[in-house]
Design a protein around this ligand. Sequence first.
Ligand code: AKB
Length: 340
Amino acid sequence: MRKSIILISGVNGEIGHGLVRSLYDQGIRNMIGIDLSMADDFVLERTEDCLIGNILDRNLLERINAQYQIESIYHMAALLSTRAEFSPVIAHEVNVDGTLNLLDLAMEQAQSHGQTVKFFFPSSIAVYGIPNLEKKTSVGAIHEDDFRYPQTMYGCNKLYCESLGDYYSHYYKRLSAHDSSGLVDFRSLRFPGIISAQTLPAGGTSDYAPEMIHAAAKRQHYSCFVREDATIPFMTMSDAIRAIHLLMAAPQNALTQMVYNVKAFNPSAGEFLSIVKTYYPDADIDFIINDNRQAIIDSWPADINDDQARKDWGWSAKHDLDKAFSEYLMPEIRSRYEHN
Ligand code: AKB
């Protein structure tokens, strides 16, 4: 009998961390992580095992396939939008081939044990591409089917992987004698920028908001790389993790789509700084614009519509911008940096 597990790729990353924390708090003890480097103690203490390896390594995935019975996969490994622009081909390999490998593993598993494997895929507002700032301000909160013209390699990768998820869930090898539809149950959220109280992101373009608050708390200087009026949606890590759990727990027949927008608040970078300054009046933050990163933010929506997630599986964010600071970020961040 193979041991039944939950597989988490990119377990050392920001969402991986948040996910391990909350699954462990829910009593889940059969998590296996994979990441390129050794997991930190926090993750090691809460997972059954963490494998150091690459999701592009088919031998490693073969070993996992042979050793474990996979109930569900949370596929968090990815190269984010800024990093992907420096190495687009590598980003494509990790973001697309890596996802394909894990979808294939999910299908092999489901075919061998005969039970559906649930697959969570974090997509992103990067799948959207708004042609200019005038349009960005006039269109309002955009729906899942609007403006899917990504301008980054990462956005292209995420959009294509959403389609791969649909293919593996519904149309896999449809010419063969066996019907494989429903064996993989792919579910995805298009995340906005995520702000964690515990960790800092690496390689994203929405990173300016979390970098601002963490720098202020550490009493360090920070130069924000986008204009004060730059606006995209955000949410707290705790809401992001809640959204994953709600979506994964929803009955399949409640879901009217495979990919959902979720968001909580959408301050401009200047508004974000104003709130940071109410907590850290001496915060040493200026704006030195990186035009290329600014252009990426300009192409992302100022707001997204998450009505379908609300309707289908009861989504609503717990933290608006004020609560994000007062109830989530500040208590944790204060105790973290003020003791050091
Ligand atoms: C990034 O900035 O690349 C990510 C994202 C919005 O998906 N945080």
